[in-house]
Design a protein around this ligand. Structure first.
Ligand SMILES: *Cc1c(COP(=O)(O)O)cnc(C)c1O
Length: 349
């Protein structure tokens, strides 16, 4: 079985496992006089993250979802308006922030193009007419197929936001993929925004965890919110050390994912019934559109499963293929073969 459902399927490397055995740990739920947790390895990861993003401080969280919640809760109170993408992970998958009975924030949406790039003019309109507390961006944009928001767009949004004093938050679960694809440094992507989160557990391959980066004051407040949400961990250096390993050679790691994704998409024999917008294939994700055939994505999922390929239905007629470390080139070619056989059949309906 070839499993392309998600890059969360990556197995921790031998190096990570070895480092986990050796990790020096402490109680991260307790803070010292400066407000930092007492686990030295978590502190090391946080220092590495803040250095990479050039933010003053960082906070290790158990998941991207938790990290996103913490951010929104620092920025907003019940009833506050959050400006974000209609197709963002925050809105579509996480939900709790916008459930009346949970956090009770109010979503306001900006317009975006076919690649999930926010329309700057529509952001201006919204922040001029509504009382927006935070602007959320997703980079790369998961549901658009891993597309990247370029630095100049983020800068233009930042100029607008600054005139109103509105912070920008980036859900950067796969921001490393974005930096590589856009050929910019992580720092360039992070400079115009107030805070961000990134996942260690996606393509980076660590078993658990996400990191929030922002200024000192923000991270201090975030630490309190994390505790409030039950997110304090104890000897979490055991987990953080895998993240440290992941960050050591992430560039080579993710470049390889992007290269294999290219091979996969270029090996596909698409037709008028099954299409891929190749311009949207910028990182490690491929969205295939079956809307011109009569196939529903959940049906495609079942059919391909029987042929030895697992994928994820992400829309009514759209499936997602994700490439990650444990998928080798032979498997990429085999996956293409399975898909091509299936696509050819779809054409004859
Ligand atoms: C995976 C993901 C998250 C959530 O991360 P978890 O660690 O699975 O909770 C948030 N945002 C985006 C864009 C993601 O892809």
């Amino acid at each position: 079985m070839i499993d392309l459902r998600s890059d969360t399927l990556t197995q921790p490397t031998e190096k990570m496992r070895a480092a986990m055995v050796e990790a020096e740990v402490g109680d991260d739920g307790r803070t010292d006089a400066d407000g930092f947790g007492e686990d030295p390895t978590v502190r090391k990861l946080e220092a590495m993250a803040s250095q990479l993003t050039e933010k003053e401080a960082a906070l290790f969280c158990n998941s991207g979802t938790m990290a996103n919640y913490v951010n929104l809760m620092v920025y907003c109170n019940r009833g506050d308006q959050v400006l974000l993408s209609r197709k963002s992970h925050l809105f579509r998958s996480e939900k709790a922030p916008f459930m009346e009975e949970l956090f009770g924030f109010v979503p306001v949406f900006y317009e975006e193009d076919d690649y999930g790039i926010p329309d700057v003019h529509s952001i201006k309109q919204k922040i001029d007419s509504e009382d927006i507390k935070v602007i959320c961006l997703e980079n790369t944009h998961n549901y658009y197929g891993g597309t990247c928001i370029p630095v100049d767009v983020i800068q233009r949004i930042s100029v607008l936001a600054n005139t109103k004093g509105i912070p920008i938050f980036v859900d950067g679960a796969r921001i490393f993929n974005a930096a590589i694809s856009l050929n910019v440094t992580l720092e360039e992507l992070c400079k115009p925004v107030h805070s961000l989160t990134f996942c260690l557990s996606k393509g980076l391959g660590a078993p658990v965890g996400s990191v929030i980066c922002g200024d000192l004051e923000f991270i201090k407040t975030a630490r309190g919110v994390r505790k409030l949400l039950g997110g304090n961990m104890r000897q979490s250096g055991i987990l953080a050390v895998a993240g440290i390993e992941a960050l050591k050679d992430y560039e080579e790691r993710l470049r390889e994912d992007h290269r294999k994704t290219r091979i996969l998409v270029e090996s596909l024999k698409l037709n008028q019934f099954v299409t891929v917008d190749k311009r949207a294939v910028q990182t490690n994700i491929i969205n295939m559109d079956f809307s011109k055939s009569r196939k529903r994505a959940v049906q495609v999922e079942k059919d391909l499963f029987k042929r030895g390929l697992r994928i994820k239905a992400v829309g009514e007629h759209v499936i997602r293929l994700t490439v990650y470390a444990d998928i080798h080139e032979e498997q990429i070619l085999k996956a293409a073969e399975i898909l091509n056989g299936y696509i050819a059949e779809c054409g004859f309906e």
